[in-house]
Structures are given as structure tokens and as C-alpha cells.
Design a protein around this ligand. Structure first.
Ligand SMILES: Nc1nc2c(ncn2[C@@H]2O[C@H](COP(=O)(O)OP(=O)(O)OP(=O)(O)O)[C@@H](O)[C@H]2O)c(=O)[nH]1
Ligand SMILES: [Mg+2]
Length: 461
């Protein structure tokens, strides 16, 4: 008789053996896959590490999730949405991914574009013919150099190839019952909503007449997507993909100058009522990346457009026109922390401390703050498949909560977005999210101006 027991309601075993996967970890993995149930098919410590034992239980079972454990305590594995069948064919599977738990969070590594997800052969499970589990019928994992997945074996499994367990779960979608996966934020994904948001932004009038355009400052680690956010907003209002600000990846910040970007609405051919200020990326070491003193100077409106940052020497206060106090128009009215959602768990304590001291300075000036959580498409396969899943994804929700607690910003001030990165055309869902975030920034800037206005009024009295 087949016994069924396991952890929680969404993990079950169809045989009398227990899952090593804890309820908590199972929940985190399921959050990557949508509303699914996991059933244990194969457990190497019980069935043996032989490829034939694996195929006997896992062939023709539909989508599967492999979870391996090594001697050093790492928990890692991969997902494939295509059946194992020993067909000898290369399998294309855009949904395939690898993962590794970093603390409580499974960090995902998507399959690189244009690569096969695996070779469906008679051997043990492999991902991209690159990462082989139970290699050679032994309790080992083998990483063959390959390009299908950008694997770092140190972060993924501490370079310890000795497996202590390898389990494969069948992944079964639970039919949607209305209300089960409730959206945790409401968004209208319609062209009307996009038009409405664009009109609200176009017609926005800053609360104080002395300010014609609110200044929004973007701060964040190297490669988080600061310049891409400007490019994305510029693209929406230009009606085509643009890449005015240099973006891409390098070891250190690609952006080396302070840039203040006004944006022109191509329909009405007039500047929009905000300026996006782009900065150099933050780095954890002192003397590298954007300096905290530079941020103070920017906040107070002293740093000119195109100023080239020098991490070794902060902005030269004394030699320039600091004697002329900056006008309200030149100051920053809203600060946006741009954080990469795929990197939150990996953020070092030094960088977290740097962000905390920046926050103290911004707080001291009473400037409202928002967190823009980028790369949601890379963080969650469900969202990559369809951006409309963003507020159905419990994984993204957990990331929002994590960034909120690490930065000390309320959850309601964390706005997940997907910037334009590889697209050649604008996309409605992307626009709706980006415009919603921008509109919130304008509202926050108004709160600041309202506050300043009140202080001026009180002083006048
Ligand atoms: N998939 C995806 N890629 C993104 C997203 N945002 C940015 N990127 C990519 O991430 C990389 C870094 O983006 P940038 O905009 O240059 O980042 P930055 O914060 O300006 O970086 P520095 O100026 O170097 O500090 C680029 O290759 C972008 O295409 C996003 O939301 N999704
Ligand atoms: Mg940049």
C-alpha cells in the first residue's frame, strides 16, 4: 500500500519514505513555480544513485524539481518543465533554471538564451550538459564548463562535489480556484490605465510654483538598474526603446558622472515635470563607488550635471559656489534606492551599513524615500513568463518584505519593476509597472514640497 506523508499540504510522498526538504524550503521553492504541489518521486539515499534507478521513477512524469544536498550543507538543484524520457535528444526548455539556497532564499539562475536545457540521455539528471547530478552513478555533482547556465560553483555548492542526498519531485500545477492566489497589490494591466498614468504624469504640477520640475535621485549598488530605469521611462515617453544613458555590466560602475536627465514627452513636445538624476553605483569598500559625502552634496543641490565622481575625493565643497545656497528647484525632492531583486540576499553587511548611513542623511533632510526593486523577471520564473504574475508571486512578495526589512523602508514604499533591458519594442505590462512607480515618486516629491511649504508658512507667521 502506498503511504502518503510529507510536510505541509503541498508536499507529498507516494511511497513510504520521507522528504528531506523542509516545509519552509519547499514553500520557498514552490513560490518560484506558481501554485504547485510537489510529490517525491526519487530519493537517491533510498533508491540508489544509479541513473537507471532515477529514470525508473522520474521518466515521463512531466515537470520535475531536483533538490540536492552536499556534505557542506548546501541545498541546490534545478527545475525542468520537460519530461525525462531517455530520448537521446537535446531539450529546449526556456523555463529551466538552477537554484541554490542562500540562507532562507533560493537564488535562481535562469537558463541563458539560445542554449539547450539538457541532453535527455540515459545518464543521471543533467542541466545544460553542464551540471551533472549523481554523475557516473555516484553521489557526486560535476560541473563541466559550459554556457547554458552562469554557474558559480562556490556560491552554488561551496565547491563541495560530494552529495549526501538527491531528491526529485514531480511538480504539479494546482488548478486555480478563485481567491487562492490573490493579488497582493492591485494593478490594472490595460492600455487605458497606461494612458491614464501617462496623462497624470504629464499634467502633474509640483505643489510649489518655485519648482517647475521635481528632482528624483537614484542611488544604488553597481549594476542595479539605475540608468536602465531612466532609459525605460525615457523610452515610454519617446514611444520607442531608447538608451541615452549608458547601461550594462562591468565590475565597477558604468556610470561615472552625475547626470540630471529631463525627459521630453514626444507627443506634446514639451519637458515633463520631473528630472531623473543618475549616479555612480555604490560599492561596499570605502574609497570605491559613489561616496556618501557626494550624496549629501547632491541632496542639497550643489552638484552640477555631468560632474565626474572621484571616489577618492568627494565633491569639492569649498572651491565652488557653495556660498550661494541652492534653490529649492536644485535640491532633491525624492530619493529612490534602486536594488536588484536577484541580489538582495547576497547584499553584504558593509553595503547594507553604507545604505543605512545614506538613509540617516536623507532622513535628516526629511526627503521621502522609495525602493525600486528591479529585475523581477530574472528573480522569478513565473514573472519572467508573464509580468502580470508579479503580484501573484509569493516569491516576489518575500523579496519585497526582505528588502523592506534590510533597508528599513516600509513595505508599501517598495516598488518592484522590470526595466527595459533586451526588448526592441515597448510592452504594455512593463510600462504600467514603471509608470506606477514613477507616479508614486511624483506623489512623494509633492509630500516633501508640501512639508517645505508648511515650514516656510510657519516661519512667515
Ligand atoms: N532582466 C533585467 N535586466 C535589467 C533590469 N534592469 C537593468 N537590467 C540590466 O542590468 C544591467 C545593469 O543595468 P544598469 O542600468 O547599467 O545599472 P546601473 O545601476 O546604472 O549600474 P552602474 O551605473 O554600473 O552603477 C544592464 O545589463 C541592464 O540591461 C531589469 O529590470 N531586468
Ligand atoms: Mg548606471
Amino acid at each position: 500500500m502506498a503511504l502518503s506523508f510529507g510536510f505541509g499540504s503541498q508536499v507529498s510522498t507516494a511511497a513510504p519514505f520521507t522528504c528531506k526538504l523542509t516545509d519552509e524550503k519547499s514553500k520557498r521553492l514552490r513560490a518560484l513555480l506558481g501554485n504547485v504541489k510537489l510529490s517525491l518521486l526519487y530519493k537517491a539515499s533510498v533508491h540508489g544513485y544509479k541513473a537507471s534507478a532515477f529514470h525508473k521513477r522520474c521518466d515521463r512524469q512531466g515537470p520535475t524539481l531536483l533538490v540536492a544536498y552536499n556534505r557542506s550543507g548546501y541545498i541546490f538543484g534545478g527545475y525542468t518543465s520537460v519530461d525525462y524520457a531517455q530520448s537521446g535528444q537535446y531539450v529546449t526548455d526556456r523555463e529551466a533554471f538552477l537554484f541554490s539556497f542562500q540562507g532562507k532564499i533560493p537564488v535562481c539562475i535562469k537558463i541563458n538564451f539560445g542554449h539547450y536545457a539538457r541532453l535527455d540521455d540515459v545518464g543521471g539528471p543533467n542541466f545544460g550538459q553542464q551540471l551533472y547530478f549523481c554523475f557516473n552513478n555516484q553521489p557526486v555533482v560535476l560541473n563541466q564548463r559550459g554556457n547554458a547556465f552562469s554557474v558559480n560553483t562556490v556560491t552554488m555548492y561551496g565547491n563541495d562535489t560530494q552529495l549526501t542526498e538527491c531528491e526529485v519531485y514531480k511538480v504539479k500545477q494546482i488548478p486555480q480556484v478563485s481567491g487562492i492566489n490573490k493579488q497582493w497589490r492591485n494593478v490594472l494591466w490595460t492600455a487605458n490605465r497606461r494612458a491614464q498614468l501617462m496623462a497624470l504624469i504629464r499634467n502633474h504640477k509640483p505643489l510649489m510654483t518655485s519648482v517647475s520640475r521635481v528632482r528624483i535621485l537614484m542611488i544604488g549598488p553597481v549594476g542595479a538598474g539605475k540608468s536602465s530605469f531612466f532609459n525605460s521611462i525615457n523610452s515610454i515617453f519617446m514611444g520607442r526603446i531608447t538608451s541615452k544613458a549608458m547601461s550594462g555590466s562591468a565590475g565597477t560602475s558604468l556610470t561615472t558622472q552625475f547626470r540630471t536627465y529631463p525627459i521630453v514627452d514626444h507627443h506634446e513636445r514639451r519637458p515633463l515635470p520631473f528630472v531623473l538624476c543618475d549616479t555612480m553605483g555604490l560599492e561596499e569598500q570605502s574609497g570605491a563607488g559613489l561616496d556618501i559625502e557626494d550624496i549629501s552634496s547632491i541632496l542639497q543641490g550643489h552638484v552640477p550635471d555631468r560632474y565626474t565622481f572621484n571616489p577618492m575625493a568627494p565633491f569639492p565643497h569649498k572651491e565652488q559656489r557653495v556660498y550661494r545656497p541652492a534653490s529649492l528647484q536644485e535640491k532633491i525632492h525624492c530619493v529612490v534606492y534602486v536594488i536588484d531583486s536577484t541580489n538582495i540576499s547576497l547584499m553584504s553587511s558593509k553595503l547594507e551599513e553604507k545604505l543605512a548611513s545614506i538613509r540617516r542623511r536623507v532622513n535628516a533632510l526629511s526627503i521621502p524615500q522609495i525602493v525600486l526593486m528591479t529585475k523581477v523577471d530574472e528573480a522569478c520564473p513565473l514573472v519572467e513568463k508573464d509580468l502580470q504574475n508579479i503580484y501573484l508571486s509569493s516569491y516576489i512578495k518575500s523579496k519585497v518584505q526582505e528588502v523592506s526589512s534590510r533597508l528599513g523602508v516600509p513595505v508599501s514604499c517598495v516598488l518592484p519593476v522590470k526595466n527595459y533591458s533586451q526588448e526592441l519594442e515597448l510592452e504594455l505590462n512593463c510600462d504600467v509597472l514603471l509608470l506606477t512607480a514613477l507616479q508614486q515618486m511624483l506623489n512623494f516629491a509633492d509630500d516633501y514640497l508640501d512639508d517645505v511649504g508648511r515650514v516656510e508658512y510657519d516661519n512667515f507667521l
